[in-house]
Write a protein that binds this ligand. Sequence first.
Ligand code: PGA
Ligand code: ZN
Length: 423
Amino acid sequence: MSAKIKNIVAREILDSRGNPTVEVKIELTGKITAIAAVPSGASTGGAEAFELRDGDLKRYGGKGVLKAVKNINEIIAKALKGKDAARQQEIDNLMIKLDGTENKTNLGANAILGVSLACARAAAKSLRMPLYKYIADTFHFPPSTFHLPVPMFNIFNGGKHADTNLDLQEIMIIPQAEIPFKEKVRCGAEIFHELKNVLTQHNLDTDIGNEGGYAPDIKSTIFAFDLVLEAIKRAGYIIGKNVFLGIDAGANSFYNEKENHYALKADGVSLTSERLVSLYIEWIGKYNLISIEDPLNEKDWAEWRKAFIRLKTAKGDTMVITDDLTVTNTKLLEKAIKEAVGNAIIIKPNQIGTLSETIKTVKMAKKAGWKIIVSHRSGETCDSFIADLAVGVGADFIKAGSLSRGERLAKYNRLMEIEEEIK
Ligand code: PGA
Ligand code: ZN
């Protein structure tokens, strides 16, 4: 039997960038407690659910979340007390109704999501179930086929996640699917460490960016790819066989709206979307690039459609991933499916604000045959919820950053633990 919600207490904590975020503790009858913390993006999509920040410049430069905390402690807690914690959909709906806005601007998506996630974790505990199994059961995913997602390790940080000239937000290494998860982690870590040696030899900085990947200034975009390939080789792996490359272009951040051009400062060029896509196609051929996230800016649906056709024609199984374009929102995903702009979607619970809505988006994408990539945010905490989420919904991939920084490793370490449980 699951238990009823006895108490909900929220607090302001700090995320991996040192910015305030929301942590929620839920207490159920029977002395069961669970905690969840909310992440925060830096290169956010325009249509994401509303992240409520205080705006009081005397505290944390306006980034405090005391209003969101208060909304939980005084409004949400009151409404949810006595409810069955395992009725996730009902609880999420109640909060959506309580907020009453399309984008969760009243209570804040950061307030609502914290409660939604903590509630799921508490209910799983009360039912003595691992969280991934609870998610699978609650939302009717087939639990008999539990598998681990393939990790996409972001080992080169740029764009809004680093203070350098690399325009691409992320260069990722993706280990081959066939090996155990813990071997994928080893592969990623060995290449990550080798990349440090390669950078040092080229007299480049080995400091890291927001997601734990290296963040040096570089002489050109393809030089960054070359460095990664060198590290892969030196670590004893073969590109195109043991490991593949992926990028999150995060193209919003280098799109110049006035000129309708994409300015790559690392290469000193300004490109039309057509020429930018030609460049991606070149990289697919040269660098075993198998996935491209947010190749173009989020407003240009027509160009996305053309890009998807060209990228697929270049190599049929290329993943064209929507993130800022769809922001885990079923309305936008529906449009994306209809307009055929991609074949894979980033799933970030805080882009939409409740667990139930997140799952709805996953289901819609799966039904359309799209690949699912569950993802962290650049501002994270050590909460590993998305690891269980990825397994629970049977995600194809997970993006949780590099092989350094505790808030990134918390997710990969949890997945290694789950791997042992489900084998
Ligand atoms: P964000 O970046 O968390 O800063 O939005 C992650 C991403 O774009 O995938
Ligand atoms: Zn992204």
